[in-house]
Design a binder for this molecule. Sequence first.
Ligand code: AMP
Length: 225
Amino acid sequence: MSRTALILLGPPGAGKGTQGRRLSAEFSVPSISTGDILREAVRNGTELGRQAKQHMDSGGLVPDALVDAIVRERLAREDCRTGFILDGYPRTVSQAEFLQREYAGEGMKFLAVGVQVKDGALVRRLTGRRSCPGCGKIYHIDASPSRNGDRCDECGTALVQRRDDTVAVVQERLQVYHQSTRPLIEYYQSRGAYAEVSGEGAVEDIYAALRSIVEPHLPERRPRA
Ligand code: AMP
């Protein structure tokens, strides 16, 4: 059976996490965020977390070798058998080449979808973002606040602001995106494996656009209840 890797490409704050979670809930594939895995490692004080923390706090990238190893371990799990969504990986051409080298020979198909949002809007989105460390749900203090004040309206956990969602670190992350990650658009375009949606507007509309692109590629649907 062929295996589809859906890659959500786009700047920080484009909504990749929110849309990846929705796609994952509708289609029977996991949404894998290297950022989430790294943040958990930092929280748990593991060796990986120790090595990643300084890069994350400054808005830079964690070295390719560390992130590639995380992805290799995660993709080996049973739930990735028919396909998966990658949110925040690859972020460099070297990481994209790692994926290609390791998995293309196994019949894995890649589809990168760019979620595009202008930089000005991203700063506002990121600095107002709050997330739930319990279930991962993402909020915005103005655009999509929790009905429960500073607690998650799904699981009741206290919401947090990411350490790297401050103005100074956000500027650095956007610069890193333009320098290191944006070139991946051309990388996948040149392989005929790139599509794009606008990440501006209502979450529902963005999801509908994304869904129509990915539906033919993520074949197994969770049966409706
Ligand atoms: P994210 O949650 O995707 O915005 O990632 C948060 C931070 O984790 C980034 O700013 C990087 O420091 C690190 N990170 C996440 N994914 C990667 C990756 N694929 N390569 C390098 N660093 C990453």
